[in-house]
Write a protein that binds this ligand. Sequence first.
Ligand SMILES: [Zn+2]
Length: 371
Amino acid sequence: MHLTSGFSRREFLAHTSCFGAFYALALRIPLPALAADLAGDSRVSQTPLVDKGFAAVRKVGNGLYATISDPSKGPTTLCNGGFLVGKEAALLIEGFTTPAGASFQMDALRIVSQVPVKAALDTHYHFDHSMGNSFYGANNVPLWAHATAAKRIVDSYSPLQGADQETVLGPLEKRIKDAKSDAERAHAQGDLNAVTGVFQIANSSILGLPNHPLDPAKLPMSIDLGGLTAVLESHPGHSGTDIVTRVPEQNVVYTGDLLFSGWYPVCFDEKATISGWRETLKKFAAFDKDALFVPGHGQICGQEGIASIREVFDDIAAYTEKMFKAGVPAEEAQHRYTVPDKFKNFPIYAWGFTIGPAITKLYSEWQAAKS
Ligand SMILES: [Zn+2]
């Protein structure tokens, strides 16, 4: 197991004793190499600025950097991020999963520039993008996020702090015991592994809250970093708190989790909307044909990455429509989807975070439209 130097002994013990299941899950998720067509993209540097295994930082434009995580190498960052460096200021993207992750990215920024940090941005409130936020608090970096992100962090993760692990995981263990089929049992086991990881991380983190709420009604908003303009936008889909950072002059887009590149998308959030998300992806597809996307998870991609996540949603929707029309209950339909060959290498974080809720949410959306 790879350990980062930033972990204390107590954290080390917490991680080694409880991350077994989570690691088993993460280790099945290989990070694909940079695609061949991006290797020829003059914006993208062939050599990373820094590579720590769990994440590598690469130049993807003039003053633009992407931090790409390899979750198989440990949970320091887990999600992707990046930073934008102008002549006068810098913008950091993501709080990551641990303060050590946020600190790693700040160190990478300081390799290339000493300009003041205008802000760090949580692309949304999910744990893997926000549990490292306390690093920014400790370093007086203003932390920006969607106006509802702070409340969602508190509502979602403070109940896990100090909670009894058995109380949190008991219902999931019961689902494994009560499973009516092998598929249902396997899905429940995957969900248990994922929730165990979330529980352990939330339980061992000091919550840091964004202190600069971005009102979606006031977006898009331009930020001048000195010769580099970033535009923040709000789009529906993944979490109800998603903020995208675009650099129109260079056709680079930091999508947060509105794009999973070569992964099944995580759809479990109570504010996730499948129809809204598909509309958002349609908008991304209408961006420039040479747009470069820094996804929330997976490798940097061009428009082919947008096309492929849209195909995944199309496939799930086509399957779900068949089940819906045949009158198969949603509960049953969500376990019967089979992954087509062409997506068989797409990591599934956990069935109950990805495919399952995509199907049940489509059922709800269609039922609501009927009534
Ligand atoms: Zn997310």
